[in-house]
Design a binder for this molecule. Structure first.
Ligand code: UDP
Ligand code: MG
Length: 136
């Protein structure tokens, strides 16, 4: 049975800064993703805190929210078969040093915090994250 899903992808500040937007979008398209919606924006710190609320007890939470709100990001709704898991595999491990060859984080990530992309990790979170950016 087909399982067409939508997932939220973010091109993070480190990648936008290095003008990697088109290269990363090309990887998504070459992997069968359709970019249904997209926008370029800069979050306020409190908005980043809300987006990453699941991590609020983690030691890296404050730095993470500072970082996500430090520059321009590109947020996209990506669609394809099994989009959520497929995108997680295509992104690679959180730490680019541990990510497999060919993954986006292996190709472009600089460090565990500046790892170039975000991707939803479950259907529930995909819905919440898509609504966060695209619900009017
Ligand atoms: N992060 C970090 N230090 C860590 C773990 C995570 O700075 O030790 C950052 C990193 O940017 C990561 C984000 O927090 O992408 C969210 O962490 P999560 O565990 O959800 O990783 P992801 O789902 O992005 O792979
Ligand atoms: Mg995560």
């Amino acid at each position: 049975m087909s399982n067409i899903e939508q997932t939220l992808s973010i091109i993070k500040p480190d990648a936008v800064e290095r003008n990697l937007e088109e290269q990363i979008k090309t990887i998504f398209k070459d992997n069968g993703f359709v970019i249904l919606k997209e926008k370029k924006l800069k979050l306020e710190k409190n908005e980043a805190e809300q987006f990453y609320k699941v991590h609020e007890t983690k030691p890296f939470y404050n730095d993470l929210c500072e970082y996500l709100s430090s520059g321009t990001i590109i947020v996209m709704v990506l669609e394809r078969e099994n989009a959520i898991k497929y995108n997680r595999d295509l992104m690679g491990a959180t730490d680019p040093n541990k990510a497999k060859d060919g993954t986006i984080r292996k190709l472009f990530g600089k460090s565990i915090d500046k790892n170039s992309v975000h991707g939803s990790d479950s259907p529930e979170n995909a819905k919440t994250e898509i609504d966060f950016f695209f619900k009017n």
